[in-house]
Design a protein around this ligand. Sequence first.
Ligand code: UT7
Length: 334
Amino acid sequence: MYNSRIIGLGKYLPENVVTNNDLSKLMDTTDEWIQERTGILERRWIEKGSEDTSAIMGAKAARIAIERAGLTKDDIDFIVFATLSPDYYFPGCGVQIQEMLEMDTIGALDVRNQCSGFVYAISVADQFIKTGMYKNVLVIGAEYHSNGLDKTTRGRGVAIIFGDGAGACVLTREEDDTKGILSTHLHSEGKNADKLIVSSPSIANWVPEIIATNGEDISYYPYMDGTFVFKNAVVRFSEVIIEGLTKNDLTKEDIDLFIPHQANLRISQFVQKRFGLRDDQVFNNIMKYGNTTAASIIIALTEAWEQGKVKDGDTVVLAAFGSGFTWGSVIIKW
Ligand code: UT7
């Protein structure tokens, strides 16, 4: 059995910055409300006419991650792509990466676990490396939310939160079992699937049926019971971090850096307080990018690393919660 270790990180954010004041021109909202309830100041939304999609942004982030890993695309053995906003209903974005990066016919897998997508994806990659099946696995999280949001007052509870972007990392084989990814912890609770959902189009409710309702069916917009999600998030975040620490005989005092999924700054702050962490031990960038679901942790991890905040020997904790519900944590010895 091997461990896996992150050796290259990359991110890509579309250039177009959308401020809270920009949103207040589209819907009945204010900069003050958004900042107070979410911590978000601005987000990136792909501009109309741009070439960017989840797969294209993912490819841009992946090229950077592979280069920073000191590898070439030919060294990659497998692709895991996490997104809730794939370019196509099928096939998935993973195969598009294989093509865009002109890779050999390596395997590619899409993970559909929304806000916990990256945590699930990295766990899948870790298992492939642990068993010795693959040496270098490319893991991508990318989201194109902005084209699918209800940008009217009706959708304001959701539209103000989400942003577009992508991050990627390369995991490689690590022979020292005290280094790299120490453990991953995954959970789900499908009874709450309808609390945060895009229910159409689906095989049960296909596009012609939606069109036939003449705009009255809004099931193709994300729906969220925000307060219910929030209350579950703070509990599950805490539980799954404790589970990870306990598994590795660690305590909260051992955490050097916590990178939460960027769902809401108030959720991150609640968890920070729960674990008694200082501001410099928690990395947040939701202020600049909003909630980029499957991309949020890997964008944040990349940015933290770029700013020199992730150091050799650090105990780094990643944790996420979201639609499904699904949640999970990753404990890393950097
Ligand atoms: O990443 C995946 C997991 N997602 C999350 O973890 C998100 C969790 N939930 C949240 O972050 C918060 O619940 C929200 C930010 C979505 C909403 O904040 P909230 O404090 O729970 O507000 P609320 O939904 O209870 O709404 C409070 C009021 C309502 O008005 P009334 O009914 O009290 O008159 C809303 O209609 O705020 C109103 N409201 C808004 N007002 C201005 C909702 N959205 C907006 C808005 N601007 N954008």
